[in-house]
Structure formats: C-alpha cells, structure tokens
Design a protein around this ligand. Sequence first.
Ligand SMILES: *Cc1c(COP(=O)(O)O)cnc(C)c1O
Length: 341
Amino acid sequence: MEKKNIDWASLGFGYVQTDKRYVSYFKDGAWDNGALIDDPNIVMNECACVLQYAQTCFEGLKAYTTEDGSIVTFRPDLNAERMESSAKRLSMPVFPKDRFIDAVKQVVAANAAWVPPYGSGATLYLRPYMFGYNPVIGVKPATEYQFRILTTPVGPYFKGGAKPITIRVSDYDRAAPRGTGNVKAGLNYAMSLYAIVDAHEQGFDENIYLDPGTRTYIEETGGANIIFITKDNKMVTPKSDSILPSITRRSLMYVAEKYLGMQVEERPIALEEIGDFVEAGLCGTAAVISPVKKIVDHGKDIPFVNCQEEMGPTIKKLYDTLTGIQMGRIEAPEGWIVKVM
Ligand SMILES: *Cc1c(COP(=O)(O)O)cnc(C)c1O
C-alpha cells in the first residue's frame, strides 16, 4: 500500500478528508450491518433531532504506525464502553462494543494510506460519533440514528517540543451537578466555546473548571483531564462525578503505579491546595500530556515550579513511558494495543 503524498510533520490538527468512512443506521429498533462509504456529506431532514435538540455524542482515538511497521489503535474497547455510557445518558441506542472495535479496524484498514509513518509524530485521528436524525419537534429521543466513524490525519501535537501552557480558572461551569459532564456529549463543548474564545482573547491557553456544586475543587479543562505531581513524587488527580473519564489519564495512573512505582491518588483536589504541587499536566488523546506552567486564579498566579520552561521530570517520564507503550518500544499491558494490520 502506497502512502498518500503528505508532508506529515507539518500537518496541523484540522479536518482533512480521507477516502472512506464507516456508517451504520439504526431503524425499527436495530442496527444494520454497517458499511464503508465514499461520500463525506450527510443529508438529513431540517427537523433532525440532532439539529434541534443536540442528541449526539462522540469519541476520539488514534491509529498510528508502531516501530515494527504495524498499524494499531490504543484501547478502543474503552472508547466503546465510554460511548455506551454516553449513549445511555442521552437516550440513544448502544452500538455494541464488538461492532465498535470491528468498525474501528475496518475504517483504519480502508484508510491505511492515510496512517502516517512511524517516527513522523503524526497519527490518523478517529472520530466515532452518533446522532439522532429523524425529524423530532416535540421533545423526545429520535427513533433513527447513525453511528459513524470519520478519520483525518493530524500532525505532531508539539512541534519543536512541549511548551508549558497557562490556564485560567473559569468563571463559567462546563457541567452541572448531576448533569452530563461525565459523558462525551457535543453539548458539553457547545457551551464551552464562549469561555475558550474569551480565554484566548485574554491571553490564556485554556480554562480550568471548578466543581459546579461548590466551586471549591478543581475538575478539568474543556477537553482534557488534569494530573498533578507532589513534592514527594506522588501523582494526584481530581475525583468528581462531573469529570469525563479520560482514557489517557486512566492509562497514566496505571503507568505511574505499575511501571514507575509511584503512588497514585484520585481524590477531590481543592483549588486552595494546588500551589503545593510541583508539576501539572493536561491529559487527553490529542497531546497525551501538555505541561502546565501556571494556573491563574483571578489575577493570582499559581505556578508549578518544575514545569516552567519544559515538561517537569516526572511528567516527562510518564509521557515517555506511555508513548513508548503506544509506539511499541515498551511492552504494553495485555489488551492495550489493538492491531489492525
Ligand atoms: C475526550 C475528553 C477528554 C480526554 O479523554 P481521552 O480519552 O484521554 O482522550 C477529557 N475531557 C473531556 C471533557 C473530554 O471530552
């Protein structure tokens, strides 16, 4: 298979149309067999449930080339499980886990020419998503759905090294207590757009959100979980019902404990105590870990002393170990790497 003629290293994080996408339709209470198709456009009724009432959820994962030349994905079973919980919370039908993993394999194999080569730093980003598309005007769940996976090649997240970012404490909330913060719903992103545009205008890279119930504890940013490192080298990460359970963060907790012999704590973390931490990082599929230089709380700087110019040493170790596992340079725990071809 001949790769597409693309300058992989200079790709950004934007949509590039690839050859094939996967689609399965849900109608009369059942999913059809699914298929790979060529048309990237979707035609639907003006009153489709997704357009009127935002009945949609999504996932994000990557396919990439490992050191030995295989094309693989990372823990797609966890994406399938998380999409199941998102679908249930939004009254959508569940796309079965075995079919989800099979669809991932099919769509990656069909777009193998778009999977960047090992060492380029680029990956093929996969976006599984589901939406209700029959006309609905009285408020109720749709009865017809599409499950789809689109793919798009994305460049190396850090061009020329990971530069620590500055985050502000947001005055907006990203989730409601007992709301949908713990599922991957498009609606959680729609309401964060105003806050992120405003943060950028004010010179910040991201917003960190507080717990919506009491606004005392740290939760996460609009699209990434957060981890902290203590002076005595413990990894600490917030626990809350309104945080989206990041697969990267859960993998890093495992790596910290089992590969690096660190202590790991998942617990409520008060905004007041974060000045005690020496390193901080945002974690998600796109960047794996982005180091955080400081959090700004209404004009008050809270710096992380070991993350000023570059990733702190412990976060770097976590990053190197997890990316080493993903790229096939370090032995992976059972089931983490799913080979496509
Ligand atoms: C997708 C997402 C993350 C990151 O999850 P990963 O599985 O690590 O990619 C974190 N927070 C939110 C709100 C998200 O939507």
